[in-house]
Ligand binder design. Structure first.
Ligand code: EPU
Length: 437
């Protein structure tokens, strides 16, 4: 499943100016689609980024399981799963992203079984699903692992007291969806509380679920008999917001990002101000702008409300332009700096270390993972031909290319299309000279 063309040509050197409207959040929308499998009634989802490849994959997964799509265009998804007709989907769909495992709650509740192909996704770390599987076992699922898939069975899921070893977004979402129709109450300790998870909870609550989010990373789900249909609007994409903000500031421009919400980006906004760039909160978005020579900073990525791991690849480009030595300590994924080697080709001065730099000690201390980056700036970036390894690194290359002198070719546009809707149109509107070749 590739995009229209797999390469971008970017002619760099112009500041970005103008206004851009965010799409619905990819990492919320795909989960909302899966959550509709929990009811036999119709669900209507607005602000849905239908043209992102990740959504198409999720649509095909749902369709394989029995969902009928009444509409899936113009930012609207209207769908109904009267009956689950299949308890599995093709291995190919499982390999494209990591959504498949999230269907187990609905499949187990509605049919008593699920066969989930082993998952793929971006190459940013091992990305196991042991937290999901251990938690599902605690809810009463029986799980067998085969070479290419997992087979799960459960006569009924029963509420349990579950502590996640790390606040995993996917495992938290899986547990919420699996336990909202379980018998009794489920407590998730050390849960992730990302805005995309809250969006899922809000839709499930409208569908009839009873879910509390407590202040100490505890989520409490009281099982109900049945969920009903609803209408819901996907939250704006804060990953797209941060990516465009980084592009605007790195190019010394000024961009209004319509739909960006301060509440979802507090730590990002603080980092923007700490490096000497700035922003203004508007009624319907945030204006990001370059102000003065930028300063270095130490950033440690973390789960929400910390500085998101997905923000670091575009942000690192800003740090190549700041005066002095910056550090990014990646604490969520063990292997998320693979993309740096291509940036070095463009002239960035970035060195990777397998130690925890930046202040705190993370779970990758005493491992051989190069999870800290030291960035020396400012360095002029020059054009290059580069190949994208994953979605966010892909956007980072776009930002690098649009501030570099000359023409860059970015291979692997389909990775970027997995997470960014109408990206060439949006960037062109802001003055970027970008085309697909
Ligand atoms: N982890 C385990 N075992 C598990 C689950 C997770 O060890 O069973 C580890 C992972 O290997 C990782 C950490 O826990 O080191 C966090 O993983 P998490 O489960 O939170 O990530 P995810 O649910 O697979 C989602 C987003 C990612 C985003 C992360 C963190 C989607 C589809 N993906 O992944 O988004 O980076 O949460 O916020 O929602 C992206 O959009 O580019 C992207 C990669």
């Amino acid at each position: 499943m590739k995009s229209k063309s797999s390469r971008f040509l970017v002619k760099g050197g112009k500041p970005l100016h103008g206004t851009v409207k965010l799409s619905g959040a990819k990492n919320s929308a795909s989960k909302l689609l899966v959550a509709t499998l929990l009811t036999d009634q119709p669900v209507h989802i607005n602000n849905f980024p239908c043209t992102i490849i990740e959504m198409e994959v999720t649509r095909q997964i749902c369709e394989s399981l029995g969902t009928k799509f009444i509409k899936f265009s113009n930012n609207e998804a209207v769908l109904q799963t009267k009956k689950i007709t299949n308890t599995s989907f093709s291995e190919d769909l499982g390999l494209i992203n990591r959504i498949g495992i999230l269907t187990v709650g609905a499949l187990l509740k509605r049919t008593g079984e699920a066969r989930i192909p082993k998952l793929g996704g971006d190459k940013i770390g091992a990305r196991p699903i042991d937290f999901h599987l251990n938690a599902l076992k605690q809810l009463g699922a029986e799980i067998n692992e085969y070479e290419k898939f997992y087979e799960l069975k459960a006569k009924a899921l029963i509420g349990a007291n579950i502590t996640l070893p790390f606040p995993s977004v996917g495992a938290t979402e899986n547990l919420i969806m699996s336990s909202c129709l379980a018998e009794g109450t489920t407590y998730i300790h050390n849960a992730a509380v990302e805005p995309e998870i809250i969006d899922l909870i809000l839709m499930l609550q409208k569908m009839g679920a009873i879910i509390d989010v407590l202040t100490d990373r505890r989520i409490v789900i009281r099982g109900v008999e049945k969920l009903k249909g609803t209408t819901h609007r996907v939250i704006p994409d804060r990953l797209e917001a941060a990516s465009i903000a980084a592009a605007a500031i790195a190019s010394k421009g000024e961009v209004v990002v319509k739909g960006a919400r301060q509440i979802d980006m507090i730590s990002f906004l603080n980092s923007i101000r700490l490096i000497g760039a700035d922003y203004e909160i508007l009624d319907d978005g945030i204006k990001f702008f370059y102000k003065q020579k930028m300063r270095p900073i130490i950033i440690e990525t973390n789960v929400h409300p910390g500085f998101m791991t997905d923000w670091q690849p575009p942000f690192i480009i800003l740090l190549t332009q700041a005066e002095g030595v910056s550090i990014i300590h990646e604490t969520v994924y063990e292997n998320r700096f693979g993309y740096v080697s291509e940036l070095k080709k463009m002239g960035a001065d970035i060195e990777l270390y397998n130690t925890c730099l930046g202040g705190s000690v993370c779970r990758f201390a005493n491992t051989n993972y190069y999870h800290s980056a030291v960035i020396k700036g400012p360095t002029a970036l020059h054009h290059a031909n580069i190949t994208v390894p994953d979605i966010r690194a892909g956007f980072s290359y776009l930002v690098a290319a649009l501030i570099a002198k000359g023409e860059s070719i970015i291979d692997g546009a389909h990775y970027i299309d997995r997470g960014y809707e109408h990206i060439t149109e949006k960037l062109s509107k802001l003055g970027v000279n970008i085309s697909r070749i």
